[in-house]
Design a protein around this ligand. Sequence first.
Ligand SMILES: [Zn+2]
Ligand SMILES: [Zn+2]
Length: 260
Amino acid sequence: MIRVCLLASGSKGNCIFVSSEKTSLLIDASLSGRAATTRMAAAGISSRRLAGILVSHEHTDHTRGLGVLSRMYNLPVYVNAGTRDALPGRLGKFCGTEIFTTGTAMTIGDLTVHPFSQSHDAADPVGFVFEHDGVKVGLATDLGVATRLVTQRLQGCAVLILESNHDPKMLDQGPYPWDLKQRVKGRQGHLSNQDMGELLTNVHHPGLQHLILAHLSEINNTPQLARTTAMEYISALPSSPQLHVAAQDQPTPVISAQAA
Ligand SMILES: [Zn+2]
Ligand SMILES: [Zn+2]
């Protein structure tokens, strides 16, 4: 069994909990020590089996709390060399750094982690697939386009955490300056609600149990709009995953998946 909880998700901060029975990981660390403790308690999850913090890329909405959480829970930071070199200053010391190679699987406790390359305006941004006991969880946020590689890596997952960042109309008509709109829309920006739907359609299979919409923009999207758009794509599929929408300021329920 794998359990997943998005402690925070959105353009303002991201921190995800993934766990087997024996090994737990955090992916990205935007939260303060206090917020991480509060939200894990609220979700009913324990920090006891935490084995490390994985970093997807260096943007501050993913790394702000990296030093704090590494020291507080005594956790090594797993990062690729490009991201390590690009990390913002002032994060403080880590309790160990483990360098991984994008595209090469690693084992942490009884979880296998596959980091794969994503198209985003960062040094060496990655998504992850987590595997335990034949169950896979795929995580892809902060990508401008779902490349063939991403689509390949996300095949066969029981749980998918996919970026549903913006509604194109809200982005176009919204308050962002022109250059920021171009960045968000671009090949190294973020997936729209519709981009998420296309990706879902391309990776759907009968064993997909849960779809979690993640990294929603608070300015250029609403949870309701993201959900409605996702439902349109889900209704065209031969079988429906359970749909969840992650939030910026509160954790999702703990979502678990077992081998079929
Ligand atoms: Zn982000
Ligand atoms: Zn980013």
